[in-house]
Design a protein around this ligand. Structure first.
Ligand code: ZN
Length: 443
């Protein structure tokens, strides 16, 4: 390395590259130049004097930032508002009325809080579906978090854009406005087969294909959704999408809990990507997605937290632990969903699910510098025989010491550098006060 080529050198840690060979480097280092990873190797091969800035990982783990494939970031506003209820009662009596309070400014605040929580827990990239997505994009850019965002599209009028014609216009505006942004990109996001007419789905799919961007959809989340689609169309939700001709490699299908063998072979045939959200599926009692089988069939699965109203956190470390344990108990097989595989689902496979594995998801020269450092000098992480095991079964988001996104240090030693966390929480508490005053919501 030449004298001036390295902006940040992270050294003195166990490096997990999460590359094709799952390379692990004891006493390793990662060199960053600008927004990219310049080199990865043994610490002894780098000179601290050659870097403008040196970060000592203090024997911890240096790894790629986590990638959350499905969330509704601004739902942080409703964290813990209503729990332990039947799905339809929860939605109709609590979530939908609470969402009526939302506007662009509140979505911005809620997303900033989500970004703070993600930065704090080592998530460097998220895929969002919600209303007022331009505010989500602006909040992510301000917080310095990588994001793929898309305005939710459905058959009925939206509080943001009105009718669906304007929904497509809004989406096209987002695509144009954010096309050169270093952190934010846009996806086309029809809500689900049960809330979207065939014409909407086909148009969304063509728009995504024309711009070579992902299409994101909720799919086969519950038994009742499948029953509803079958009575309406005679087809499963996956079969229905196949009939519309919208299954494709750039489709990210979220949940995929209730699948037939035929559904799984369709997902495989069209190389559809799947977002697995086990904590949300558990909390809403939706069921257990057949993830070991999807993986066995070669389908790309990335982890996601879903929104804060149904989880109720955005901590992907906890999601990894849940995913690993849930499938072991549901199959009564402790060998399924091993730690290394689950770790890939939260990093490189999640990036692939979003079509950005050329950019992030692993520590390799030329990729964006999206990097986290885990502080392992803690009672619950001592001793450390296998880093993968610790990350999935023992660590939590609060063990992340430092988060770097696109070469920018957004948190160092637990201190936020890209946002004023006190102000962010203050703003959310004002919003919560308004929601609390709505007696229908908090009787
Ligand atoms: Zn969702």
């Amino acid at each position: 390395m030449t004298q001036t080529s390295i902006d940040i050198l992270i050294t003195n840690g166990t490096v997990l590259q999460i590359d094709a060979d799952s390379t692990r480097i004891e006493n390793g280092a990662v060199a960053i130049a600008g927004d990219k990873i310049r080199a990865v190797g043994r610490a002894a091969d780098f000179s601290a004097a050659s870097a403008s800035r040196v970060i000592d990982a203090r024997g911890g783990i240096i790894m790629p930032g986590l990638v959350n494939t499905h969330t509704h970031a601004a739902m942080t506003c409703f964290r813990g508002l209503a729990d332990d209820l039947p799905l339809m009662q929860w939605l109709n009596e609590h979530i939908f009325p609470a969402e009526a309070h939302l506007d662009e400014a509140k979505v911005y605040c809620g997303t900033l809080l989500a970004c703070a929580e993600m930065i704090r827990s080592g998530t460097t990239c998220f895929c969002d579906m919600y209303l007022f997505e331009d505010a989500v994009a602006r909040a992510a850019a301000a917080a310095g978090v990588r994001a793929i965002v898309g305005e939710v599209l459905y058959d009925f009028p939206s509080p943001n854009y009105g009718d669906i014609e304007q929904g497509f216009a809004y989406t096209e505006e987002l695509i144009a406005r954010w096309q050169d942004d270093p952190l934010v990109s846009i996806a086309v996001e029809p809500h689900s087969p049960y809330l979207c007419a065939p014409e909407l789905l086909k148009r969304a799919s063509s728009l995504a294909a024309a711009h070579r961007i992902p299409m994101v959809i909720h799919l086969s989340e519950t038994e009742s959704e499948v029953a509803q689609m079958k009575s309406k169309s005679g087809l499963t939700p996956v079969g229905f999408l196949a009939e519309q001709g919208v299954l494709s490699p750039n489709l990210l299908a979220c949940h995929c809990v209730v699948l037939t063998d035929e559904d799984i072979s369709l997902l495989r045939r069209f190389d559809v990507k799947v977002s697995h959200n086990p904590e949300s599926n558990m909390k809403l009692a939706s069921g257990i997605a057949p993830v070991p089988e999807l993986v066995e069939q070669g389908i790309c699965v990335g982890l996601g937290t879903d929104g804060c109203a149904s989880n109720n956190n955005l901590d992907l470390f906890l999601e990894m632990g849940t995913a690993a344990r849930l499938h072991k108990v549901s199959t009564l097989d402790p060998t399924v969903m091993d730690a290394a595989g689950v770790l890939r689902m939260a990093t490189i496979d999640a990036a692939r699910a979003l079509g950005i594995d050329h950019l992030t998801g692993s520590l390799e020269p030329g990729k964006a510098a999206d990097i986290i450092i885990i502080d392992t000098a803690k009672p619950h992480l001592t001793p450390m025989y296998h880093p993968d095991s610790h990350l999935v079964y023992a660590a939590r988001g609060s063990d992340v010491a430092t988060t770097i996104i696109n070469g920018r240090i957004v948190m160092e030693d637990g201190k936020f550098l890209s946002l004023d966390i006190g102000k962010v929480m203050e703003d959310i508490n004002v919003i919560a006060e308004e929601i609390r005053k709505d007696n229908n919501l908090c009787p």
